[in-house]
Write a protein that binds this ligand. Structure first.
Ligand code: FES
Length: 102
C-alpha cells in the first residue's frame, strides 16, 4: 500500500488502490478546492505530483484538456480528482498556494 505525503504540510496518509488523490488529500484533513466535485471541469484541484508517478493513473484526454486551460501548469501538474491510485510506490504531492486566483 503506497503512502501519500502532502506538501508543504508534510502530512502522510495510507493510500489504497482505486482512491483518488483528491479523496486522500481531503481525508488527510487538507484544505484543497474542488469546485466541480471531481469532474475535471473546474481545475481547482490542480496539484504538482512530485513523486510516485507510476502509482497513479495516466493523464486522460479530458484531464489534459483541462490542464491546458490553467495558468501556471508545469510538467508535474495533475488534477487531484483525476489521479487514481494504481501502484505501490510512495507518492508525494504539492498543494498550490491558495489565493492565487485558481
Ligand atoms: S475537482 Fe474540479 S477538476 Fe478536480
Amino acid at each position: 500500500m503506497p503512502q501519500l505525503t502532502i506538501l508543504p504540510s508534510g502530512k502522510t496518509i495510507a493510500a489504497s488502490e482505486g482512491q483518488t488523490l483528491l479523496e486522500l488529500i481531503l481525508a488527510a484533513g487538507e484544505n484543497i478546492p474542488h469546485k466541480c466535485d471531481g469532474n475535471a471541469k473546474c481545475g481547482s484541484c490542480h496539484i504538482f505530483l512530485q513523486s510516485g508517478r507510476k502509482s497513479v493513473s495516466k493523464l486522460s484526454p479530458l484531464e489534459n484538456e483541462k490542464l491546458d486551460s490553467i495558468v501556471g501548469v508545469g510538467s508535474k501538474s495533475r488534477l487531484a480528482c483525476q489521479c487514481r491510485i494504481t501502484g505501490t510506490e510512495d507518492i508525494s504531492v504539492e498543494l498550490l498556494g491558495f489565493g492565487s486566483g485558481l
